[in-house]
Write a protein that binds this ligand. Structure first.
Ligand SMILES: Nc1ncnc2c1ncn2[C@@H]1O[C@H](COP(=O)(O)OP(=O)(O)OP(=O)(O)O)[C@@H](O)[C@H]1O
Length: 246
């Protein structure tokens, strides 16, 4: 029996003038599964996350979440129903504590109130291994903990689907496993994960499926090792082959 998809994207297309950023993109992600997305710079990866979380409207195609068509649903509502998102450039409130930063996520992006917001925020800190730093000023965190905070802010909205945009960027080889473990834990807890990442070996340690896109088109999708071995994937990376070597 196949697991029904939590996220179902079908024939999704988007262009900015002459630049095609999504062209007939189709894929599914069930709960408890992780999809990795790779592709050269400017391929349309971040745009795809913006289409899924509703910060950008698509030109055509459909996005279904938990069986409901959300293609024309606004970003705030998508966040409330369980689509969470981290950003490539985290912008924490440096003068606020770690807990206060996550509380903002729970209250304003997640729509939680009172003690429920506090519980969601604390739970997000526990899941990301940040609880011991709850009272620390966010501006003083080292990079790994800033990444955990970005993840915690997205988790504070209690998502069932989490969209991660290059969350591992800038981490050292020694730091990467800690973040990879947190993300694998979220998937194992039943979240659907869509993770864009240039650090391919970090992705390969977690994802169940891998999709390569270039110029908005799906070049290959499927078993991660098969996708990385696909000559078409190698070809789209010819400009930057070092990025694909695990
Ligand atoms: N709001 C926008 N208006 C116009 N063009 C845009 C907009 N957002 C993205 N683009 C263009 O769409 C293309 C895809 O951008 P996108 O950020 O999705 O790529 P990416 O695959 O995430 O790249 P990177 O790996 O560098 O982050 C780029 O050419 C970009 O300049």
């Amino acid at each position: 029996m196949t697991t029904p998809a939590l996220l179902s994207v079908s024939g999704l297309s988007k262009r900015f003038g002459r630049v095609v950023t999504a062209s007939d993109v189709t894929f599914e992600v069930p709960a408890g599964r992780a999809l990795g997305i790779v592709g050269p710079n400017g391929a349309g990866k971040s745009t795809l996350l913006n289409l899924i979380n509703g910060t950008l409207p698509s030109d055509s195609g459909t996005i279904a979440f938990d069986g409901a068509d959300v293609t024309r649903v606004g970003a705030a509502r998508r966040s409330e129903i369980g689509i969470g998102r981290s950003y490539q450039i985290p912008r924490p409130f440096g003068g606020m504590t770690v807990f206060e930063n996550v509380l903002v996520g729970a209250r304003f992006a997640g729509g939680a109130r009172g003690s429920a917001a506090h519980e969601q925020a604390y739970d997000a800190l526990v899941r990301t291994g940040l609880a011991h730093l709850a009272g620390t000023r966010a501006g003083s965190l080292r990079l790994l903990d800033r990444k955990r905070l970005e993840l915690a802010r997205a988790l504070a909205t209690s998502p069932r689907l989490i969209l991660l945009d290059e969350i591992a960027g800038g981490l050292t080889e020694r730091e990467l496993p800690a973040l990879v473990d947190v993300i694998a834990g979220l998937r194992d807890d039943g979240l659907a994960v869509v993770w864009i990442e240039h650090i391919v070996h970090a992705l390969m340690a977690v994802v169940d499926e891998l999709m390569c896109i270039a110029a908005g088109e799906v070049v290959a999708i499927g078993d991660p090792a098969d996708v990385m071995a696909d000559p078409r994937v190698f070809e789209v990376y010819l400009g930057s082959p070092a990025e694909v070597v695990p």
